[in-house]
Design a protein around this ligand. Structure first.
Ligand code: CP
Length: 323
C-alpha cells in the first residue's frame, strides 16, 4: 500500500489493517501511548475543510507513533491567496515531509495529490467521494462490538447493517458501501428517494439494496444502524425532504429506538441531535458513537504505520496504487 485513497480493498488487506489497529488499540488501552515506530518522520495534515475528529485523531495517531505532525489548514495558508492544490502539495513535499493527510471539498483531490507529490497520501475525506479511514474505523468499532477481544482475523460475515440518510451526498456512505460488503456484511441503504444514489440497471444503488422505509428496515431487526449526518451545508437551500419530513420518516426517534432491539447505533459525527437521532439513541448503551471516535485513533495509527514505517523514503508517484 503506497497511499490510502479509497476504501476499495481486498478483504485480506482490510482485515490485516483492522488487526494492526487492534494492536494499536491494545497500546491505547494500556496507556503506553508512545511507540518509536515513526520517529524522525514528518506528517502534514492538510485540511481544506473543517474537522474535529479526523484531524485531531490523525494528529494524535502520528504523535503516539513518535512522528512530527504539522497541521496546515485552508484558512491561514497560502491556499486562501489562491495557491493551487498542486503548488501547495509540491511546496509541502519540497520541505521533506514523509506523508500527507488531506481533506478537501473537491472529490478526487487526494488522488491528484498522490500523482503530483511522490509521497504517501491519505484521503481524510474528499467532497462527496470517499472517507476511507472513517469506513475502516466504523468496521473496526462494529467488529470489536461483535467479537470483542476475539476480533482479530475476523470479518463482518452476515452482519446486517442499514446505512440511513443522505447517501447521495455522503463520502462516509460511499466508503462503507465498498468496505463493509468486502468484509462480508449485508448492507442496505435507507433514505428518502431524493437522498439515494442513482439506481443501476439491476435496481441496486452503489451495488447494494436500497429502501425508502426506515420502519420497514427496522422491522427486519438489523444488527447495526449507521445514521449519516444530514449535510445541511451541501443542500444549498434545497432540502428535500424538509427537516420536518426527514424527522418523521428517517430520524431514529425514541419510539423507533424502542423497536430496534439491541442493534448497534452508529454515527460518524458530527451529529445533529434531534435530526438524525434522538439524544437517547446517541447516548444509550447501544450507541457506538464514542467507540467509533476511539477506534479512529487506532485505525489511523495502523494506516500511518503501514504507509510510513518502512525504511523506503523514496515513494514514487503511483496513480494506480490507490489501495
Ligand atoms: N466523521 C468525521 O469525519 O468527522 P470530522 O468532520 O469532525 O473529522
Amino acid at each position: 500500500m503506497r497511499h490510502l485513497l479509497t476504501a476499495a480493498m481486498p478483504r485480506d488487506e482490510a482485515i490485516a489493517l483492522l488487526d494492526l489497529a487492534e494492536d494499536m488499540h491494545q497500546i491505547q488501552d494500556r496507556q503506553l501511548k508512545k511507540l518509536p515506530a515513526l520517529r524522525g518522520r514528518t506528517v502534514v495534515n492538510l485540511f481544506f475543510e473543517d474537522s474535529t475528529r479526523t484531524r485531531s485523531s490523525f494528529e494524535i495517531a502520528g504523535k503516539w507513533l513518535s512522528a512530527d505532525v504539522i497541521n496546515v489548514s485552508g484558512k491561514g495558508s497560502s491556499a486562501s491567496k489562491g495557491e493551487s492544490l498542486r503548488d501547495t502539495g509540491l511546496t509541502i513535499a519540497a520541505m521533506g515531509v514523509d506523508g500527507v493527510v488531506v481533506r478537501s471539498g473537491a472529490s478526487g483531490a487526494p488522488a491528484l495529490l498522490a500523482d503530483w507529490i511522490g509521497k504517501p497520501v491519505i484521503n481524510a475525506g474528499d467532497g462527496t467521494h470517499e472517507h476511507p479511514t472513517q469506513a475502516l474505523l466504523d468496521a473496526f468499532a462494529l467488529r470489536h462490538r461483535i467479537h470483542g477481544d476475539a476480533a482479530r482475523g475476523k470479518g463482518l460475515d452476515g452482519v446486517r447493517v442499514a446505512i440511513v440518510g443522505d447517501i447521495a451526498h455522503s463520502r462516509v456512505a460511499r466508503s462503507n458501501a465498498l468496505l463493509l460488503p468486502a468484509l462480508g456484511a449485508e448492507v442496505t441503504l435507507v433514505g428518502p428517494a431524493a437522498f439515494l444514489p442513482t439506481p443501476a440497471a439491476d435496481g441496486t444503488r452503489l451495488g447494494l439494496r436500497a429502501e425508502t422505509s426506515l420502519d420497514a428496515v427496522i422491522a427486519e431487526r438489523p444488527d447495526a444502524l449507521m445514521l449519516l449526518r444530514v449535510q445541511l451545508e451541501r443542500q444549498a437551500g434545497k432540502v428535500a425532504p424538509s427537516v420536518g419530513e426527514y424527522i418523521t420518516g428517517w430520524s431514529l426517534t425514541d419510539e423507533r429506538l424502542a423497536r430496534l432491539g439491541d442493534a448497534a447505533i452508529m454515527h460518524p459525527g458530527p451529529m445533529n441531535r434531534g435530526l438524525e437521532l434522538s439524544s437517547r439513541a446517541a447516548d444509550g448503551d447501544a450507541s457506538t458513537v464514542l467507540a467509533q471516535v476511539t477506534a479512529g485513533v487506532s485505525v489511523r495509527m495502523a494506516v500511518l504505520y503501514s504507509l510510513l514505517a518502512s525504511d523506503d523514503r523514496s515513494a514514487q508517484p503511483a496513480s494506480a496504487d490507490h489501495g
